[in-house]
Design a protein around this ligand. Structure first.
Ligand SMILES: [Mn+2]
Length: 333
C-alpha cells in the first residue's frame, strides 16, 4: 500500500459537487456537469474551482456504459473528479475475479444467470473493447472504498461507524486490492461483511417468511433499511427502498431485537453522501447531515447532485439535477 490514503480528501478544500448513481447515462452526466458550470476542455470535463465526487455505480443498466466510464475516468485522471466504489463496480470486478479453491466458490461474484443479467449492459458495452474492459477492471480495483475529510463523508450505500472501525483496525487496504477481493470470497469474513455493508447497506428480513416482488420483477425476502434512524417505532419507519412495504407490515411495531439491529448516524457527525437506493420524486435530505443522491436516472428519474461548500447543516436548495424528458421515461424492470 502506498503512503497516500486514497480515502482521504484534502481537509482544506470544500467545493465538491456530489453526484449520485449514473448507471451508463452519459448524456445526463454531461448535461448535469454543464448546468453546474463544468466545461469540456482539451477533451476533459472540469470546473475551474470545483471537483465532482461520484457516489459509485457508474456502470450497468444504461445506454452508454463505456462512454460514461471513459469520460469520468478522464476527469479523475485530470484531478477534476473522484469516484467511490459502488456495488455494481464490485459485482463486475467479482465476475472476473477467481476465488481461492478453499472458499467454496469459483468466482467472487457467482456466475449465475441472475448475476449475469445484472451486468448485461456493461458486458455488452465492452464486448468489442477488451482493452477498455481490462483498464476499467484495473481502475475499479483502485477506486477508494469511501472518501472522507473532517467536513464530509462519501460512501456508496451505508456508513457503519462500528464496522468501519473494525475494518480499519484489521486491514490496510482502502481499495479493492486482490488480497481484499480474495478475503471477500469467504462468506462471513470481516471483509465480506464490510464490503456488503458499505456497498449494499442494511436489510431486515420480512417477518413470517413473507416474500415481496419488487418493481424490478425480482422476489425478495428482505427489505432495505435506513442507517440513520432515530426514534423509529414501526418497520415502515426503518424501511428505505422504492417498493413500499405491504400496509400491515408498514405499521408493524419494531420489537426490541429488531430495533437493536437498526443503525443510526450521529447528529453531530459530518454530512454523509451516498447513492444506491432508487429514490423517486423531488430530491430531499434524509436528515441535516444525511443525503442520498440516487434518484433512479436510468429508469426515468433524475440524475442528482448536491453542491457542497463545507456546511455542517445541509441545505435542500443546493440540489441540482437533470430530469429524463417525459417522452423518454421508461419503467424499471
Ligand atoms: Mn445504483
Amino acid at each position: 500500500m502506498s503512503d497516500v490514503d486514497p480515502t482521504e480528501l484534502d481537509p482544506d478544500f470544500h467545493a465538491y459537487d456530489l453526484i449520485g448513481d449514473v448507471h451508463g447515462c452519459a448524456d445526463a452526466v454531461f448535461a448535469l456537469l454543464e448546468g453546474m458550470g463544468y466545461r469540456r476542455e482539451h477533451g476533459v470535463w472540469r470546473h475551474p474551482q470545483r471537483i465532482a465526487l461520484f457516489t459509485g455505480d457508474l456502470i450497468d443498466r444504461g445506454p452508454a456504459v463505456r462512454e460514461t466510464v471513459l469520460r469520468i475516468r478522464e476527469m479523475v485522471d485530470a484531478g477534476a473528479a473522484q469516484v467511490v466504489l459502488g456495488n455494481h463496480e464490485y459485482n463486475l470486478a467479482g465476475w472476473f475475479f477467481r476465488a481461492p479453491e478453499d472458499s467454496g466458490r469459483e468466482w467472487l461474484r457467482p456466475r449465475t444467470e441472475r448475476n449475469k443479467r445484472g451486468l448485461a449492459e456493461t458486458l455488452e458495452a465492452f464486448a468489442d473493447h477488451p482493452g477498455d474492459l481490462a483498464a476499467t477492471l484495473e481502475w475499479i480495483h483502485a477506486m477508494p472504498l469511501w472518501l472522507e475529510s473532517p467536513a464530509l463523508r462519501v460512501i456508496h450505500a451505508c456508513w457503519d461507524e462500528a464496522l468501519l472501525a473494525q475494518f480499519v483496525a484489521r486491514h490496510d487496504e482502502r481499495t479493492l486490492t486482490s488480497s481484499l477481493a480474495r478475503a471477500a470470497c469467504y462468506r462471513g469474513s470481516l471483509t465480506h461483511r464490510f464490503l456488503d455493508r458499505i456497498l449494499n447497506g442494511t436489510e431486515l428480513e420480512l417477518p413470517g417468511e413473507r416474500v415481496m416482488r419488487g418493481r424490478d420483477g425480482l422476489e425478495r425476502r428482505y427489505f432495505r433499511t435506513a442507517f440513520w434512524t432515530r426514534d423509529a417505532s414501526t418497520l415502515g419507519d426503518v424501511a428505505f427502498q422504492p417498493d413500499p412495504l405491504p400496509a400491515d407490515l408498514h405499521e408493524q411495531p419494531l420489537d426490541a431485537g429488531t430495533r437493536a439491529r437498526v443503525l443510526s448516524y450521529p447528529e453531530d457527525a459530518p454530512p454523509v453522501f451516498f447513492g444506491h437506493y432508487w429514490r423517486a420524486g423531488t430530491p430531499a435530505l434524509q436528515a441535516h447531515n444525511v443525503c442520498c443522491l440516487d434518484y433512479s436516472m436510468v429508469t426515468g428519474g433524475r440524475l442528482v447532485a448536491y453542491r457542497f461548500d463545507g456546511e455542517s447543516v445541509l441545505d435542500p436548495d443546493r440540489f441540482a439535477w437533470i430530469q429524463t424528458p417525459p417522452h423518454e421515461q421508461t419503467q424499471q424492470g
